[in-house]
Design a protein around this ligand. Structure first.
Ligand code: ITT
Length: 242
């Protein structure tokens, strides 16, 4: 973590007018995601950037949220990274993630958060939306044997500069299988499809049963972020601040 940011709540950070380090904007307003990404990037040895979430910048001027119209995780992450990089005039890192199930030809994929409604926003609370998505997945997998229920959580991260140029794209995956009812849903940690997802390689516990620290270490997001930390370190070495 860059000096000066340790221990501060994400929302309390206010960018100084001058900083010895280049700013890196994380394209999320979710303070938990900002904290998690900061921790992962810092554990990966990335110290050359001052990392800020969107909520740290909103006081400058309201930012326009782009529509995620892509048909791949890569396209959607790039749409977000480019939109926020150009609006903030800073380097920006965005992610897009979801679940791919082989027996469903990669669905729910980019519409993972709203699978029950074919990708349409409904205004439902997250818990209700997650339950409806999970029910649809289990219904569509009825009759599919345990070994054929292979799946993975995928996370794609894209780094863009203010001109709109994409500087780096990384992808992380967390392999597993969708469990068979009534053994799933199971577990109270995490969110989304975690209660259905038997984490590989053992396929014994769901990712909702993994302690959060362990899930964060093994997750698709952590894998993509670690690869991105390598790319950011290379960039910082090539273009030192000041
Ligand atoms: P919103 O679209 O509601 O903002 P989000 O931004 O919080 O969702 P992501 O893009 O990270 O979530 O992931 C999109 C969906 O993919 C998410 O709503 C879940 O259904 C699923 N998903 C992604 N990562 C997951 C994980 O670690 N565990 C369980 N489900 C996950």
């Amino acid at each position: 973590m860059p000096p000066g940011l340790a221990g501060q709540a994400a929302g309390s950070i206010r960018p100084a007018l001058t900083s010895p380090m280049p700013d890196l904007i994380l394209a999320t307003s979710n303070p938990h995601k900002v904290d998690e990404l900061r921790a992962i990037l810092s554990a990966a040895g990335l110290t050359g950037y001052r990392i800020l979430g969107l909520s740290d910048l909103q006081f400058l001027r309201p930012l326009r949220e782009p529509e995620e119209t892509g048909s791949t995780f890569e396209e959607n992450a790039a749409i977000k990274a480019r939109a926020y990089a150009s609006q903030t005039n800073k380097l920006c890192l965005a992610d897009d993630s979801g679940l791919e199930i082989d027996a469903l030809h990669g669905r729910p994929g980019v519409i993972s958060s709203h699978y029950a409604t074919d990708g349409r926003e409904t205004g439902l609370a997250r818990a209700e939306r997650d339950a409806a998505n999970n029910a649809r997945v289990l219904k569509e997998l009825e009759g599919v044997l345990p070994e054929a229920r292979t799946a993975r959580f995928v996370c794609v991260m894209v780094l863009a500069e203010p001109t709109g140029k994409v500087l780096a794209t990384t992808r992380g995956a967390f392999e597993g299988r969708i469990g068979l009812p009534p053994a799933v849903p199971r577990g109270t940690n995490g969110f989304g499809y975690d209660p259905l997802f038997l984490a590989g390689p053992g396929f014994e516990v769901t990712s909702a049963e993994l302690p959060p620290v362990e899930k964060n270490r093994r997750s698709h997001r952590a894998a993509a972020a670690r690869l991105m930390a390598d790319r950011l370190r290379e960039l910082a070495a090539r273009h030192p601040a000041g």
